[in-house]
Write a protein that binds this ligand. Sequence first.
Ligand code: HEC
Ligand code: HEC
Length: 396
Amino acid sequence: MRSRPFILLLLGLLALPACERPAPVDTPLNLAVPLGLPPLPVPPENPLTQARIDLGRTLFMDRRLSHNNTLSCAMCHVPEQGFTSNELGTAIGLEGQSIRRNSPTIYNVAYVEQLFHDGREFSLENQAWGPLLAGNEMANPSIGYVVEKIKALPEYAGRFEQAFGGRGPDVQTIGQALAAYQRTLVSANSRFDRWRYGKDADALAAEERTGFRLFAGKAGCSACHSVDERHALFSDNRFHNTGIGFANSMGLPKKHRVQLAPGVFVEVEDKALASFEPPQPDVGRYEVTLDPADSWAYRTPSLRNVALTAPYMHDGSLATLEEVIEFYDRGGIDNPQKSPLLRPLGLAPEEKRALAAFLKSLTGDNVEKRVAEARAAQPGEMPPEKDPASAYRRSY
Ligand code: HEC
Ligand code: HEC
């Protein structure tokens, strides 16, 4: 009996070094998700390990992943701007080329079942090759070019091998590293989550609670931006036609607010802009399914961190949450395939304010940490000594 404390002490001492030793970088991690999110979906063939996450973060921040070493993933998905671009309605790629759509946020992208606004890609592992190869984004000439370039950069020496059981950079491991990092960009435990799922009655102000009641009730928002009993993604991961894509395709008049100098704005009509740059066609989900019923449908985006991710919609055409609420209050834009879930709402001014206040309560509590981690991973900028295209010699 008397020896029990001694035995416990001995066991404690034996356990101590094991606790202090950090897990090896290639052990699969079980990432705890913040309050308000469901368990993190991780594909078994790409387990989350510290080595993969850290490597993916460095790649995400690296401007040398673009053909002329100027553009990183993080320059369109800017960490400080909610991992999107606040200044741009539609994205701008290599050498100022325009892209027809708005950069979506990467926060909580692990939960997106079909990626891109039209859902044309199915895994983060494959998705990364879209921007890497698109001529108007990072504009690399080929997969092999990217692989050889990364092999030639000293910062990556040994890191792929460490993360992928001896495998170097290749089409799969580059996608897997980027995917592993992006999957960890979970963000929740917002004031809304603490109120609804943490049972903290004071976490939301009265106006924000009214806003949530409208969101889930009279305004009908949660029909698509789903909120479940135990967690909320604020997306049904499905595709709906709200009328914005239709209006663009049919050339319905649209005004753009253009900034000429700091604080100096002018309103410009589409017609005037078309002389600089012809509009690019965009039929939304139809481009993926070829089903006319899917014309101008886009994926319901999550609304988590939505206060940080302006401008809004697939074309960035709505600048503020107040404009988004006005858009829904009018019932979207009429067209033959408009979602039957959208109708004029007749919201009073104080109801619109409450709805906006609620949306602004959805900012996760770990945003600053995510930004700091991303910036700390910024690699050097020295391009490889030799152009991969001229340095390459087949070695078998
Ligand atoms: C030039 C700007 C730009 C660059 C650079 C860029 N992206 Fe994107 N990203 C976009 C745009 C625009 C979309 C939406 C395109 C669409 O829906 O057709 C997008 C979509 C995505 C999505 C899908 C998100 C969702 O909700 O469906 C992911 C993930 C993503 N990008 C990751 C990356 C990664 C990883 C890199 C670097 C390898 C990268 N992006 C580089 C602009 C960019
Ligand atoms: C019929 C389904 C549906 C309903 C109902 C709905 N939404 Fe949406 N919401 C969408 C889709 C789809 C998009 C993306 C549209 C696009 O990209 O053009 C979207 C986009 C948004 C965005 C922009 C997010 C971003 O990151 O760009 C906000 C904010 C938003 N909705 C809020 C609301 C609010 C508030 C309501 C209720 C008044 C509501 N939604 C009702 C489907 C819906």
